[in-house]
Ligand binder design. Sequence first.
Ligand code: PLP
Length: 398
Amino acid sequence: MTTDSKLDVKTLEAEHVLQTYRRQPVVFERGAGARIFDDRGRSYLDFLSGIGVASLGHAHPGLAAALADQASTLIHTSNLYFHPLQGELAARLSDLTGLERAFFCNSGTEAVEACLKFARRYWYTSGDTQRTRFVAFTHSFHGRTMGSLSVTWDEHYRTPFQPLVPEVRFADASDPAAAASLIDETVAAVIIEPIQGEGGVRPLSPALASALSDACRRTGTLLIADEVQSGSGRTGTFTCSERVGLKPDLMALGKALGAGVPIGAAMVSGRVAAAVSAGDHGTTYGGNLLACRAALVFLDALEHGLLDQINRVSTHFFTRLRALQERHAGAILDVRGAGLIAGLDLSFDAQPVVASALERGLLVNRTATTVVRLLPPYIITERDVDEAVEILDQVIGN
Ligand code: PLP
């Protein structure tokens, strides 16, 4: 594509695409591994992977071949019929999460919606029809559809769309005792991200994990782990819940699971599954053959060495990021995260850093105003980490 066609892309979008996004001034046309190329052929090191999605990097040969094969065999049948891949994927996810059954959908927010609905359905089936409340947390982000938005904390996202689902209480994530005191026999479920990604890469504290687990056990309240961003291997274990000692009854998965092909999953325990009947929930596309095939290729890669690579590279990643913090102690106040999700909390707005990194060929993004977030593909190497950290060093030094 030429510069003129780049202008055309922007003009066409400006005229016809609903303006809900503030895009960076770049048009990407192709990718290879951890690199992505713009319409002038310039190469960028991708440390964002499409917000935690392109887990196998770009143009992964095994994924490309499997998708081409699937596309020339059968892509979609709807959920009116059986096909060979949904049960297989559900069984493998069940093994990996310890939750018996999967409901497939197309995005993270749909996985959260499904978890909220199945939690309500559990209490309705149990005859406890008044048990309808949800408890969520300060700095939470669970998606943009009405249910997910109702348990998302930031007023900026919520206010224009009120009224939302009623009876949601927000607990202070930094005060475990106060949070636990909000959980009683009127609460259907508590929803929590083991690492709050959009909220500024804030890991759940062990004290909060244990207070929540105790309160849920004591009151019978269901626990929903939103692992859309933190799950599917991102932190070096399949779920982040297992790292922090959470035993959820329901779990939302998305992003990295399809390695770029849209798929979400709501995983539910046996007792929740027993409360759900045919017709309670559904989706036209959810778990179609193309999406399931992508997720199966992703799980194969994860189980054949990629999880080990994440853990190995992560050690180097955080060593380099902590050294960067020491070099720029006034600018980088904190380095947070695990595995291959990291946030650099700055003493100023992170947007100029993100923009300068882009100019120098590195993709990262800003979250929670002051945080530079890094969500690289799982295939990155120590050398990629060195290159990214050197660019951040120059940018923050300026
Ligand atoms: N939950 C969490 C924790 C997320 O980080 C996100 C997206 O960033 C979502 C839910 C929503 O996912 P999606 O954008 O795929 O709907």
